[in-house]
Design a protein around this ligand. Sequence first.
Ligand code: ADP
Ligand code: MG
Length: 560
Amino acid sequence: MKEKGNISIHTENIFPVIKKFLYSDNEIFLRELVSNAVDATQKLKRLSSLGKVDGDIGDTTIEVSFDEKAKTITISDKGIGMTAEEVKKYINQIAFSGAEEFVEKFKEAKDANEIIGRFGLGFYSAFMVADTVEIQTLSYQEGAEPVRWECDGSTSFEISDGNRTQRGTDIILHINSESEEFLNQSRIQTILDKYGKFLPVPIKFGTKTTSEPDGEDEEGKPKYKSVEVDNIINNTSPAWIKAPSELKDEDYLAFYRELYPFSEDPLFWIHLNVDYPFNLTGILYFPKIKNDLDIQKNKIKLFSRQVFITDEVKDVVPEFLMLLHGVIDSPDIPLNVSRSFLQADSNVKKINNHITKKVADKLNELFKTDRKGFQEKWNDIGVFVKYGMLTDDKFAEKANDFCLLKTVDDEYFTLKEYAEKVKDIQVDKDGQIVYLYSNDAANQDSFISAAKEKGYDVLNFDSPLDNHFVSYLEQKVEKTSLKRVDSDVIDKLIKKEEDQKLALSEEESNSVKSLFEKAINKETYQVHVEPLAEDALPVTVTMDEFMRRMKDMAQTGGGM
Ligand code: ADP
Ligand code: MG
């Protein structure tokens, strides 16, 4: 069999355009070809599990190899393979169905991913590094004939009889002169590590030497020998694709170390696992933070079906969660389209909201189930929580329940608890509650002591982020202002003494109440006996209309 033909396309020659355009990011050819090999293998497994493949499918390891002399890189799989018809359909036609549009749009596109995704040019990215691309393939189908396809980067291709005797596909790249850098062991290894470290099918790249136990020497000590073993570059079942119930803390920590070999262990993590209305898995780790000016952003890796895509997760993950580490995997994130499209994409928005919600829920759960542990970690957690509250209203709403305020005595209060704690003892003459804080406890020691002597409480707000958080609290917590402990307001605060409150015993106040009730019409008026500020009366008689008039006259809060 031999057939020559032309790839149907309206432009003269698309390859120079592809090459030139994609040049800056040309290493992704390997990601694309290896993913195709993985897809072909996964398809075969699926067909096999449906009983559509005869016999056992055997080993399906994908192999990447190179030959420096012949200047070739080969990606070889034992997947479904292709018949001649399929080669024509999938390799010749599909990629070029959008060719016209491609030529229109390529000028607007900002990066290679954009082109590849939108126009199904995954396979054709091979031409970024190769003059000639050769396919040797044999379909899994019974009675299939091996097929060879070759294209030299012009629009003409050639299909002829192939030489493959085993099911699967070889993609052989004849590397062009500008791309010889890729004919290099460590270069290929690095690219495979970057994009393929967690692909679901084993990928072999050469062999490596390891040591194996080899009996004992004369003194009875264990001996080792060097052995050559396959160099499998990937972990085919990374933690994030497993069910949370299958995993222990140790597994999460081990996976963290696999992702960031030189980092300190994280504080805790959140396993994301959603199938509806979008598909999303992943593990987000909360790192320990030494100094909030020195936070490493952009450590989250984005995957699509276990293929690494990018560590630019800006549009997928809410800004404040960029401080987290870990992985997110979603086939529903349109990875290959432009930034602006990504921002407008409704799935991305949903994913973004979902992640925010999950993180808030997890923090809430930690707080509720182990407040002590939560407080101990607050120095680290607080940075996320405060940053989150400052930048994300939805998160702030939830975080109100578990955001902690820390005092100079290392006591922790929720916002509600703290308001309750100081509402009676730190009030200024306008009735505003005043929170006192120190931003430098060591140097403000005398002021702190003075405030404490007066019975006031002092918060510790000493991180750079706290400057913003102070103004945030002032805006969000009603009738509250925050003042530094060394400001002059302290002396002007009104402090309600405990003994003033107990001006009347319960018995006394009951008899005062019934006395007043006898004197006035109980149906219309209500009598309250309660401790009030120093110069106010301990008895109030209120009535709706009365209240309204009183309010008009002065802001007395309903007392008389
Ligand atoms: P995509 O992977 O997005 O479909 P590609 O341009 O990467 O686009 O590949 C086009 C098609 O060629 C694939 O969908 C598949 O049908 C076929 N193909 C590519 N590589 C292989 C392979 N190694 N084995 C079998 N089929 C393949
Ligand atoms: Mg592909």
